[in-house]
Design a binder for this molecule. Structure first.
Ligand code: MTE
Length: 306
């Protein structure tokens, strides 16, 4: 995450495709059909997902950028590495262990875990701690719905998400760039917020491996690193769990990681961002524009709890 130069999307995608797609997607999304654009093997559950509140009408970031410019250190640290190196990643069958302070403690086949939950399309602004942003049409369900199904105990104050550990499939795990496996966590009230989703798709298709297939966390008011990918374990805890980036570089990455233009990263300002595909930087908004979450942090010093 310490890279300072970020390629323009036109360096990742030939410009003609990039420009055309952008125009096409913009028109299509204005017509309200953005989620059904991409042809191909659409998983039944991503199909016709209704679009709901919490969405923006900013231009969507093109598919090529969303799926070609990624952070997924298990598959390499370069932005184009995950797309290249994750293509053979096996995501079916997939199981998720549920453990800790919870009634339903066991390992679920993914299909069973999420069976019957409502998949919606959520167009979210995503802001990376590195200073770039995208607008992504996720397909996912409210984490709240899953939590209610699983039944956490009264002692559950936090929820932790762990990514698969598999050194054979994930070559990046053979080097000590991060403590593996990747772990992220939320306070329970953050997890229960209706904006917090677990995503299984993007642009109406199943998640590509590089975006965290088959299931990943999406929390739009936090920096992107909170969005743990390819989740194999969900643990409810009493105490605040250790999280990967906080453990790796505590001075730079806190537990909360709320998007906050007033609290700089120790090595760079967080006041502005570059929306991939745009030339000029834009102002970064408090909570990434999702001001409705402010009440979660009332009375907290957000400089201390960054
Ligand atoms: N999850 C895992 N397991 N490994 C990672 O390296 N990177 C994080 C987050 N989730 C990461 C991860 C960071 S820094 C970002 S910005 C987002 O994934 C990027 O998600 P995207 O590639 O789908 O846009």
């Amino acid at each position: 995450m310490s890279e300072t130069r970020h390629p323009h999307p036109s360096e990742v995608t030939p410009e003609s495709i990039y420009v055309n797609r952008r125009t096409f997607i913009k028109r299509a999304s204005l017509a309200g059909i953005g989620g059904s654009l991409v042809a191909g093997g659409v998983w039944a559950r991503q199909k016709n997902a209704p679009r709901v509140e919490g969405t923006f009408d900013d231009d969507l970031t093109p598919w090529e950028t969303v799926t070609g410019y990624n952070n997924f250190y298990e598959f390499g640290t370069g932005k184009s590495d995950p797309k290249k190196n994750a293509q053979d990643f096996r995501t079916d069958p997939w199981a998720v262990e549920v453990t800790g302070e919870v009634r339903e403690k066991r390992t679920f086949p993914l299909e069973e875990l999420i069976d019957g939950l409502t998949i919606e399309e959520r167009i979210y602004r995503m802001r990376c701690v590195e200073g770039w942003s995208m607008v992504i049409p996720w397909n996912g369900f409210m984490l709240k719905d899953l939590i209610e199904r699983l039944g956490p105990t009264e002692d559950a104050n936090y929820i932790e998400f762990t990514t698969l550990l598999d050194r054979q499939q994930m070559p990046g795990q053979n080097s000590p760039i991060l403590p593996w496996p990747y772990v992220e966590a939320l306070r329970m009230d953050e997890a229960m917020h209706p904006l917090t989703i677990l995503a299984t798709g993007v642009y109406g298709k199943d998640l590509p491996p590089q975006n965290g297939a088959p299931i990943r966390l999406v929390v739009p008011w936090k920096y992107g690193f909170k969005g743990a990918k390819s989740i194999v374990k969900i643990r409810f805890t009493k105490r605040q769990p250790r999280t990967t980036w906080n453990e790796a570089i505590p001075r730079e990455y806190g537990f909360y990681a709320n998007v906050n233009p007033d609290v700089d990263h120790p090595r760079w300002s967080q006041a502005t961002e570059r929306r991939l595909g745009e030339f000029f930087r834009r102002d970064t908004l408090m909570f990434n524009g999702y001001g409705e979450v402010a009440s979660l942090y009332e009375g907290m010093d957000l400089r201390k709890y960054y």
